[in-house]
Design a protein around this ligand. Structure first.
Ligand code: PLP
Length: 395
């Protein structure tokens, strides 16, 4: 195919793949193999020392996985990408690559529960400290950075409070100090937000979510500069081994083709439900990018997000038990963690995704016992609304 830059929707389908290099196969072939044969012993030697390009063993690289990585790099506007067996394998590879004993990580006010768990592990075992920061002003960021801060780790929108972080502001300050900025872009997918284009250095995805879109794969991807990706590929990934399987990469390539169409529908459905929930007498508060009471969020959203996304959180009037009673009344909406699937999913962060976060810390992150997170699916929004409506009527 002609080497030209196409629009996002076209790149999501074609980027990184040329059928002429694969017997004309329209769809990228699945190279379901653990290893690759060398035609001679000398060729094996040349590949191992890097004198000749070519595949060696699927933990070190695989053609189907490579197509996925090239496509993700293109969509995130990065130079290169690396795929992993899970989002957490990707998070841990990046954090271990960017830190050493005695370093410090500055994090956004909230992070996914298992990322929080990993930060505890790094602190307890390797003396790599961390702090959380609201990162709302230049002064606050500068005050919270330590002399030993070796990376800044951001989720935006923050899971599950939907608070936004100004990527350009953080990246500008970090650049002045030579500190890499890592962004977990899982909630947005590259269709809604491309952190590298705002000056950030590394993007992480739990590809389990919108990238896959069908709820049948656990995977992760990182995107960044070629030298960083190469370094992770040859160290943390190769030696710790959290690689993706070729079949899962193949499923992700399939999912990616419909990412823009799916995201548009997720966003439309979520916006319709926000209108309904915002005015419901049994709903205490609602959190949705650009619609929450957080100062400046609307401006930040306009600056860095194409649309508000397909996730929303809301708190129910009452107690934890009221929230659980409400969940138990739902029929169409499934009670499950994860997000970005065709099915609408609801979960209770305080007892599920963020259960590992101690209560005091959870409250600082804004995770109340009555807070629920809804991953709005692709069903007819009226059916989702009616399910919410009947369950709210029963509490
Ligand atoms: C924002 C975010 N980051 C990372 C992860 C971890 O991804 P995985 O479950 O694919 O390991 C999740 C999982 O829910 C997540 O929501």
């Amino acid at each position: 195919m002609e080497n030209k830059n196409f629009r996002f929707e076209t790149e999501a389908i074609h980027s990184g793949y040329s059928s002429t290099e694969h017997q004309g196969s329209l769809v990228p072939p699945l190279y379901q193999t653990s290893t690759f044969t060398f035609s001679t012993a000398e060729q094996g030697e040349r590949r191992f020392v890097g004198q000749e390009e070519g595949f060696i063993y699927s933990r070190l690289g695989n053609p189907t996985v490579k197509i996925l990585e090239d496509r993700m790099a293109k969509l995130e506007q990065g130079e290169a990408a690396l795929a992993f067996s899970s989002g957490m394998a990707a998070v841990s590879a990046v954090l271990t690559a960017l830190t050493k004993t005695g370093d410090h990580i500055l994090c956004s006010q909230g992070v996914y529960g298992c990322t929080f768990g990993l930060l505890q592990l790094l602190k307890g075992k390797y003396h790599i400290g961390h702090d959380f920061s609201a990162m709302t002003t230049r002064e606050m960021i500068e005050k919270d950075l330590q002399p030993n801060t070796s990376c800044i780790y951001i989720e935006t929108p923050i899971n599950p409070t939907m608070k936004l972080v100004d990527l350009e502001l953080v990246a500008t300050i970090a650049k002045q100090r030579g500190i890499p900025v890592v962004v977990d872009n899982t909630f947005c997918s590259p269709y809604l937000q491309t952190p590298i284009s705002h000056g950030c250095d590394v993007v992480i995805h739990s590809a389990t979510k919108y990238i896959c879109g069908h709820g049948d794969v656990i995977a992760g991807v990182i995107i960044g500069k070629s030298d960083f990706i190469e370094q992770v590929s040859r160290t943390t990934q190769k030696d710790m081994g959290g690689i993706i399987s070729p079949f899962d990469a193949w499923l992700l390539l399939r999912g990616l083709k419909t990412l823009p169409v799916r995201m548009d529908r997720h966003c439309e459905n979520a916006s319709m439900l926000v209108g309904f929930l915002q005015n419901h007498p049994k709903v205490e508060s609602l959190y949705f990018p650009g619609q929450s009471d957080y100062e400046n969020d609307h401006t930040i959203m306009d600056k860095q997000m194409k649309k508000p996304g397909g996730l929303l959180s809301f708190s129910i009037k009452g107690t934890k038990e009221t929230a659980q009673l409400f969940m138990n009344q739902l029929n169409l909406i499934k009670i499950a963690v994860s997000l970005g699937d065709a099915e609408t999913l609801i979960q209770h962060p305080a007892t599920m995704t963020h259960a590992v976060v101690p209560e005091e810390e959870r409250r600082k992150m804004g995770i109340e016992d009555t807070l629920l997170r809804l991953s709005v699916g692709l069903e007819a929004w009226e059916d989702i609304k009616e399910d919410l409506e009947q369950a709210l009527a029963k509490i």
